[in-house]
Design a protein around this ligand. Structure first.
Ligand code: ARG
Ligand code: MN
Ligand code: MN
Length: 328
């Protein structure tokens, strides 16, 4: 393929450009290794493919950011959250980086990192889209987990299980150095949030989803209706006049396709279903940003790193599909 598909992006003024941010950060959870994902994805050829095969001009600083300079000396638990200062500082900086890309009118791809980084990416895109277009954007969160715990409802204290709560304002904190920097223009509405792939939701999260009437399509829904119908319903809920930020946790895929991830859950999406979700989002022409998170090449690698290679390949495939690879 020489050119990207015929889909005309509706909300980008620079549709042939792609902002890329690589975030080697693992502080939102306890297992080391997820910080190695951006380098693994890039060495497997992802950025080259996006440029040479899909025709994007990449806007990338050729750096995998680890934000070492932002790490505090001591970082005691706060409201039960682990590494609160580090996660807040990193996501605040990332928010600015993503905002700077998105305000130029280009689509932004962020390679994580654990899912706590979505606090940075979504807050940055939401603000840029409001300023550029005067619109609220929607978020499609593809994940085995809802990641909508408040500090108080969380059983683990891991912030990668909380990003959606902070981004929707369901969790708030006054301390500027612990997510108090998230202002109204960084936030998204619970009405414009849609989940796909859920199958491991904490009890407190179920109540939050129910109480707030949040649209969610679980694996049960996908089994019942098929992924085609589920995508129609998910995109119907968002409507075709709304910019979309796609936040894709690789653990939405079944461990058969993506074993190398920190919190794998059986009974997930096939790789083809994951690719289909990404293709459908591309087809809307409304995609303004994508995150790919939770690839951990150091976990479950198997003989000759087979599991890690498979997971990295799956991640690359999801990104290429969201950016238009497979449509005619
Ligand atoms: N981004 C993820 N993989 N999140 C997993 C979250 C698991 C669990 N719900 C928690 O709060 O800790
Ligand atoms: Mn997950
Ligand atoms: Mn997640």
């Amino acid at each position: 393929m020489t050119t990207t598909s015929m889909i005309q992006p509706k909300f980008l003024s620079k549709p042939d450009e792609l902002g890329v941010v690589a975030v080697g950060f693992s502080g939102g959870q306890c297992k080391p290794g997820v910080d190695a994902a951006p380098s693994a994805l890039i060495s497997s050829g992802l950025l080259t493919q996006l440029h040479e095969e899909l025709g994007y001009n990449l806007n990338h600083d050729n750096t995998v950011h680890s934000y070492k300079e932002l790490m505090p000396q001591i970082d005691p638990d706060y409201r039960g959250m682990k590494n609160p200062l580090a996660v807040s500082a990193v996501t605040q900086k990332l928010s600015e980086q993503v905002y700077n890309q998105a305000k130029e009118g280009r689509c932004v791809l962020t390679l994580g990192g654990d899912h706590s980084i979505a606090i940075g990416t979504i807050s940055g895109t939401a603000k840029a889209i409001r300023e550029r277009l005067g619109r609220e954007m929607a978020v499609i969160w593809v994940d085995a987990h809802a990641d909508i715990n408040t500090p108080e409802s969380s059983e683990s204290g891991n912030i990668h299980g909380m990003p959606v709560a902070f981004l929707t304002g369901l969790a708030t904190e006054k301390r500027e150095d612990i997510f108090g920097w998230i202002k109204d223009d960084n936030k998204i509405s619970v009405k414009k949030l849609v989940y796909i792939g859920l199958r491991d939701i904490d009890r407190g999260e179920k109540k939050i989803l129910r109480d707030n009437g949040i649209k969610a399509f679980s694996m049960h829904d996908i089994d019942r209706h098929g992924i085609g119908k589920v995508m129609d319903m998910a995109l119907g809920h968002i409507g075709n006049d709304t910019p979309i930020h796609l936040s894709f946790d690789v653990d939405a895929l079944d461990p058969m396709w993506a074993p190398s991830t920190g919190t794998p859950v059986r009974g997930g999406l096939t790789l083809r279903e994951g690719d289909f979700i990404a293709e459908c989002v591309h087809e809307t022409g409304s995609l303004v940003a994508m995150d790919l998170v939770e690839v951990n090449p150091t976990l479950e690698p198997g003989v000759n790193d087979i599991g890690a290679q498979q997971t990295v390949r799956a991640g690359c495939s999801l990104v290429r599909c969201a950016l238009g690879e497979t449509l005619l």
